[in-house]
Design a protein around this ligand. Sequence first.
Ligand SMILES: CC(C)(COP(=O)(O)OP(=O)(O)OC[C@H]1O[C@@H](n2cnc3c(N)ncnc32)[C@H](O)[C@@H]1OP(=O)(O)O)[C@@H](O)C(=O)NCCC(=O)NCCS
Length: 194
Amino acid sequence: MEPKTKLKTSKRQAEHIRRKVRNIRKIDGETGGSKLVQLHHAGEILELLKDERVSGDVYTFPRPFNLQSVTSWIEDHQAQARAGEGLLLFSRAPSGEIMSITDFQFWPEHSACEFGGAFAHAYQNQSLGLHGIKFMCDWVFETIGVGLIVLTTSLDNVRSQKIINHLGFTPMGEIKSVRPDGSLRRSLYWEKLK
Ligand SMILES: CC(C)(COP(=O)(O)OP(=O)(O)OC[C@H]1O[C@@H](n2cnc3c(N)ncnc32)[C@H](O)[C@@H]1OP(=O)(O)O)[C@@H](O)C(=O)NCCC(=O)NCCS
């Protein structure tokens, strides 16, 4: 996918975004923050994604879920991070279990970012989504320095749609999102400029 709006971006600005992304190891936050997913987290991530209440609505996750697909997915994100074009981060609850995972895609040449993710089922419906997505929007605008955020949801993901509307994104119709296995998913598409 590419953003519908293509912001005019100089080579210098694009390189600045790439450099910022390459150097990210963690995001500090009020609730313990997020860290880059490493290969040794594959087993824990697999357990999280196997729960369809967590993964069912997210098109970027690597189906079918098994240790091999999740490991390749992490390796792919490590390559994206080296290129300054993607990041895969997770957060832990105070109890130690993985609480959330966030998958960032950057288009430095358009000064744009899309991200998506999921909370473990025990942490859904507590407004963590609203606060977490707002936090990540501020972070990509302020710390990475992009000028545009793109978000997409499945047609029936009412919770995400409410959050995205609350955050003032502009709805821009429907698109077909491409899953890692090449299959298509109908998605609603929103944008927000910095
Ligand atoms: C989607 C997700 C991030 C939302 O976060 P959350 O913390 O669970 O949601 P919130 O508690 O912030 O609630 C979001 C809104 O949905 C509403 N809501 C909750 N359950 C609902 C339901 N069954 N029907 C309609 N609205 C519902 C809430 O009232 C709230 O709206 P409001 O602020 O207008 O009151 C989280 O549930 C999740 O990770 N789900 C699984 C993966 C997923 O769908 N990821 C998003 C892909 S785009």
